[in-house]
Design a protein around this ligand. Structure first.
Ligand code: NAP
Length: 525
């Protein structure tokens, strides 16, 4: 089976034998993909000239209705997405739900909040600003939908959520989308796009799909377009520094990798509720999606005297978890995505082991349920420990994108903050403590290098949304190494797909423009 691409309103098979998509448990080939021979310049132009204008004929509220209908189509096909997740990602039910249900929830969330927007064709930002002594001349900022294409280059670990969390705000903004899922797991995004296209909800050109390499895609992006990239920091540099992107000042949003931290406060002794909650969170983060989440906890900072107790508690829970083929209902932990990823994890683990001790796991030979080591791509859930975090280098720098985390001892808040900051910019840190002075000190110390901080005390207990869970109402993204991107945060996500400008003119005209609702946009459409 070769999965076709959807470009210029047509399904087109790429040339040549293409690349193989494999089952990471059996090693069997599932499908092939190819983007060879596609006219990607024409695909972008079709989206700009056909999809964009048709979407922008609609109001925000009408586009929100489209999102709601897309959400219904995706919900109706949820079982098939779980089946594909099992085959192509080796996903357990919990793993598949995190990606697929997260995707559907985000689509429906944007449908709901999109309906709250005025029936306008652009957005007004802020109040009318007086610019003259007598008040006759004023300024007003507006946000108008970009007239280009939103190009999504996505990572392999979230084929469903990665597509929906970007497509929902872009389509709501009136911007057509072209999605290029990561090659190894393109099948799931392909199936979702196929279902949306079959449902005939969107105008021609509003959605396009490329399965396979990005090839010359970025050569053809223009100033009206938006490139939204999710993936490794190394590829991010290539995308950001692409000649067309630089020359034409194409807006780029980067979500890259991240050495995220969880912190146990000095007040949380073994046996306390917060100690137990962080142990549970660490185990969940290590094992869910086999640790292949951009937000996964990579470093766990604990007071030095609790290092051993924390490691023992995590190990006790990990030892009862079964790793293997998720077709067997007893399995809790699935594989990483393929042999190449497995090799990358083992290489990273070797580097970390040079400055850390192994508390749990870390072996290449370990028991697997219903899977053969030669054919499959499993990594043993592994907890490392680092006594000298200030002297260590790689533990703050090497992202093992699998079920691996390191518990690191700290002696005082200053050292803790310094070590956390060595991640050089992360998506998320969580702090478990009932000491509000400590929590404030940590937040002020690391806030500028983190996109999200989760603070949990005993009053919150188990009601927190999770260290690794991205909720669409809150910001997702992080500075520095994490890419510097910003996504979600409710309607704020629409800013990426709009252009801001100010009109300075007669106050009467501005007041009319601002109050015109739907018509105000038409003046600038
Ligand atoms: P990757 O190797 O960087 O690939 C990401 C995407 O970029 C893929 O679609 C890939 O296509 C494409 N690509 C590769 N080279 C390109 C080029 N020269 N020009 C244009 N596109 C190019 O990352 P990955 O291995 O798929 O994903 C794992 C990484 O993503 C991890 O480091 C993880 O931390 C990060 N991640 C971050 C977030 C976040 O929100 N911050 C979310 C998920 C994952 P091909 O697959 O066809 O090569």
């Amino acid at each position: 089976m070769k999965l076709p691409n959807y470009v210029s309103g047509k399904w087109v098979e790429g040339a040549g034998p293409g690349e193989s998509l494999v089952d990471p448990v059996t090693g069997d080939e599932l499908a092939r993909i190819s983007s060879r021979g596609l006219d990607l310049n024409a695909a972008l132009e079709f989206a700009r000239s056909q999809g964009g204008p048709a979407l922008r004929q609609l109001t925000y509220a009408q586009r929100a209705d489209l999102l709601a209908r897309i959400g219904e189509v995706l919900s109706a096909n949820r079982d098939e997405y779980f089946r594909i997740s099992l085959l192509n990602l080796g996903a357990t039910k919990a793993d598949a739900s995190f990606d697929v249900d997260g995707a559907i929830y985000t689509m429906k969330y944007y449908a709901k909040i999109g309906r709250t927007l005025a029936e306008g064709k652009m957005l007004k930002e802020g109040a009318v600003l007086p610019l003259s002594k007598t008040g006759v001349f004023s300024g007003q900022h507006f946000l108008v939908p970009a007239k280009g294409v939103a190009v999504f280059i996505n990572a392999f670990n979230f084929p469903a959520w990665g597509f929906c969390e970007k497509a929902a705000p872009a389509l709501l903004s009136g911007v057509p989308v072209l999605v290029k899922p990561a090659s190894p797991t393109a099948w799931l995004a392909h199936k979702m796009v196929e279902d949306v296209v079959k449902a005939n909800l969107l105008p021609p050109g509003a959605i396009s799909l490329i399965c396979g390499s990005a090839r010359d895609l970025l050569d053809h992006v223009r100033e009206e377009d938006i490139v939204s990239f999710t993936g490794s920091a190394d590829t991010a540099v290539r995308v950001r520094s692409h000649a067309s992107v630089l020359r034409r000042s194409v807006r780029v949003n980067i979500e890259a990798d991240s050495i995220n931290s969880a912190i146990l406060g000095p007040d949380c002794a073994p046996g306390s509720d917060l100690f137990g909650l962080l142990v549970k969170e660490a185990v969940k983060e290590l094992t869910l999606k086999a640790g292949q989440k951009c937000t996964t906890i990579r470093r766990i900072f604990v007071p030095r005297q609790n290092l051993k107790a924390f490691g023992d508690a995590v190990s006790a829970q990990l030892s009862s978890m079964k790793v293997g083929n998720a077709r067997n209902a007893e399995v809790n932990v699935g594989p990483v995505v393929n042999k190449a990823q497995q090799a990358a994890c083992l290489e990273g683990l070797t580097i970390l082991k040079a400055e850390c001790s192994v508390v749990f796991g870390g072996s290449e030979q370990f028991p697997l349920v219903d899977a053969e080591p030669q054919k499959s791509a499993f990594v043993q859930p592994t907890l490392l420990a680092c006594q000298n975090g200030l002297g260590a280098k790689n533990v703050h720098d090497v992202e093992v994108f699998g079920p691996v985390a390191t518990v690191i001892a700290y002696d005082n808040p200053q050292d803790l903050i310094e070590m956390t900051r060595r991640g050089r910019g992360s998506l998320v840190a969580s702090v478990f403590s009932n000491d509000s002075n400590f929590v404030q000190q940590v937040i002020l110390g690391i806030g500028d290098l983190h996109g999200r901080i989760v603070a949990v005390d005993s009053s919150v207990g188990a009601q927190h949304t999770g260290h690794g869970n991205v909720v669409p109402s809150c910001l997702h993204g992080g500075p520095g190494r994490a890419g510097g991107g910003e996504e979600l945060a409710g309607l704020r996500a629409l800013h990426l797909y709009h252009r801001r400008f100010v009109v300075q003119g007669p106050t009467n005209t501005l007041t009319e423009l601002s109050g015109l609702g739907a018509d105000s946009g038409l003046l600038y459409a």
